[in-house]
Design a protein. Structure first.
Length: 98
């Protein structure tokens, strides 16, 4: 027979695990409320770089740069390099041919 003051090990274990189970349940709700695949808000991005001559490796000033979307070939944007061959083009995230 058990004494009134004697603790039940199973009950003690449940008392210890209850906060953990509650935390896990709440965290699953938070995790699955995020965007699929961890996607971020799809705002504009900046693609930057430098255009150089393939023969002498010198910067190409005022070269025309064209970005064409791989998934939507009608979507075209672009820019022009500065005097040092540098460029920056603002666009939406995606795959592009330059």
């Amino acid at each position: 027979r058990k004494k009134k003051n004697e603790r039940n090990p199973k009950t003690d274990l449940m008392r210890q695990l209850y906060p953990l189970l509650l935390l896990l349940t709440l965290s699953f709700n938070y995790i699955y409320s995020q965007r699929p695949g961890g996607e971020r808000e799809r705002g504009p991005i900046i693609i930057s770089g430098k255009v150089v001559d393939k023969d002498d490796n010198l910067p190409l000033e005022y070269a025309t740069l064209v970005l064409q979307s791989v998934n939507n070939p009608d979507k075209i944007t672009g820019g022009i390099t500065d005097i040092d061959g540098n460029f920056q083009v603002e666009t939406t995230p995606g795959k592009y041919n330059i």
